[in-house]
Ligand binder design. Structure first.
Ligand code: ADP
Ligand code: MG
Length: 254
């Protein structure tokens, strides 16, 4: 049975897309069948995997609006890893969904048909708490929360946890926190170290031991349309995401 995991944090720029692409790629390289579901209107995980959004005949927008998910699935440069691409049309879906019956379950219903073809489906969420995000959380077995190592790291986390609680109460009682990923760590600053400690206190036991360093190769890779695994497999960023994938699988398979 495929497990669906939202990469979720309503703050922008915390590493959701970078984590979606690179965790997915390494998990796929470790022999799992993986699908990325890009539901962010910015479509960064789509372009970050070298897919030209202008050439798409159909995309996540159509899937959320009721088209068979099957038709929108595309291969990627990574073996065992597919994607349902996201485009700017999703911004319209956020609005169109409000008028739909079953509006919180559109993505869940769409993924239901295909989820058993995959070991993992990772949903790259938009930076908001709107209906697209609610659809992601409603579809998911669990969430991975990336948190940037910065002064305001925990700002907004209360709201994030409230949203998870609300979804658990009314739409998806089984939703769990899979893990918290600390991203963009700068080992030269005490601040980064303090932030990790603070987040560990808050999330008790849920924070992955592997911490993702700030690494310029991770920022460069998307402009080449490649995951770090292919762009520069010896970089520190690559090493960190490989370790994260191992840790993820270890905990998940327990
Ligand atoms: P989100 O999806 O949460 O908005 P992104 O993954 O797109 O965040 O990251 C925001 C920006 O920071 C992007 O330009 C990305 O390339 C860069 N970035 C993400 N993680 C790292 C990292 N560990 N080191 C350096 N740059 C990073
Ligand atoms: Mg993103």
């Amino acid at each position: 049975m495929g497990k669906i995991i939202s990469i979720f944090n309503q703050k922008g720029g915390v590493g959701k897309t970078t984590t979606t692409i690179n965790l997915s790629a390494y998990v796929a390289s470790m022999g799992k069948k993986v699908l990325i579901a890009d539901i962010d209107p910015q479509g960064n995980s789509t372009s970050g995997l070298g897919i030209d959004k202008n050439e798409l005949k159909c995309s996540m927008y159509d899937v959320i609006m009721g088209m068979a998910a099957d038709k929108a699935i595309r291969n990627t440069v990574v073996e065992n890893m597919d994607i349902i691409p996201g485009t700017v049309e999703l911004a319209g879906a956020e609005i169109e969904l409000t008028a739909k019956f079953n509006r919180e379950n559109m993505l869940k219903d769409a993924l239901y048909e295909i989820k058993d073809r995959y070991d993992y489906i990772f949903i790259d969420c938009p930076p908001s708490l709107g209906l697209l995000t609610i659809n992601a959380l409603t579809s998911s077995n669990s969430v991975i929360i990336p948190i940037q190592c910065e002064f305001y790291a925990l700002e907004g986390v209360g709201q994030l946890m409230n949203t998870i609680q609300l979804v658990k109460k009314s739409l998806n009682t089984n939703l769990e926190i899979q893990g918290v990923v600390m991203s963009m760590f700068d080992g030269r600053t005490n601040l980064s170290i303090e932030v990790v400690e603070e987040v560990k206190k808050y999330f008790k036991g849920k924070v992955y031991t592997t911490i993702i360093p700030r690494n310029v190769k991770l920022a460069e890779a998307p402009s080449h349309g490649l995951p770090i695994m292919i762009y520069d497999k010896n970089s520190r960023g690559a090493e960190a995401y490989r370790e994260l994938a191992q840790e993820f699988l270890e905990y998940d398979e327990e």
